[in-house]
Design a protein around this ligand. Structure first.
Ligand SMILES: *[C@@H]1O[C@H](CO)[C@@H](O)[C@H](O)[C@H]1NC(C)=O
Ligand SMILES: *[C@@H]1O[C@H](CO)[C@@H](O)[C@H](O)[C@H]1NC(C)=O
Length: 158
């Protein structure tokens, strides 16, 4: 795998994680406040990115500042090659089509670890930024909901 491909793959994974973390919310949040799926839709991001097992989120709707919470660090491998890791708290800013200032999501490929810092929706693509690199990924790639531990492979291993 050449380095550009590796970089893109890492970014893709990290992006998926970021989106998931940012928008995830516990099942009990549907009472009054919008749930995470609704929050995603409001900001024009795909709904299917929510991982199972999220604890909750806080969102300041005037500033877009958010915090997303896991019970503990959430990590899983993707395609048997990459490890995505979410800190127990992930923070950043969300506005329509834009996630920025992300902190708490990383993607690890062998010895290389990149932090996902931003995600922008551009038409049918999500442009993911990790470090100084950014690359577009089809939004269709973000329809699955990974799960801590087994990631995207849960149904296959059950
Ligand atoms: C988080 O931990 C609490 C206490 O252990 C547990 O009751 C709850 O189900 C956990 N939430 C998730 C989403 O795993
Ligand atoms: C949102 O952030 C602004 C600016 O920091 C603050 O003044 C406001 O109280 C916050 N709103 C909520 C609901 O936390």
């Amino acid at each position: 795998m050449d380095s550009a491909t590796t970089q893109r793959s890492l970014i893709s994974l990290a992006a998926t994680l970021c989106l998931i973390l940012i928008h995830s919310t516990p099942a009990n949040s549907y009472n009054n406040s919008p749930n995470a799926y609704e929050v995603l839709r409001e900001y024009n991001f795909p709904m299917g990115l929510l991982p199972k097992g999220m604890k909750g989120y806080d969102l300041n709707s005037s500033t877009g500042e958010f915090s997303a919470y896991f019970n503990e660090t959430c990590s899983f491998s993707v395609q048997g090659s990459y490890e995505l890791k979410f800190s127990s708290t992930v923070t950043g800013y969300i506005s329509k089509d834009t996630l920025s200032g992300l902190d708490g999501i990383s993607v690890k490929f062998f010895l290389l670890t990149l932090n996902i810092v931003g995600i922008i929706r551009n038409g049918d693509n999500l442009v993911i930024s990790a470090g100084v690199e950014s690359a577009p990924f089809p939004i269709d790639n973000f329809e699955e909901s990974p799960q801590c531990g087994c990631g995207f492979q849960c149904s296959l291993s059950e």
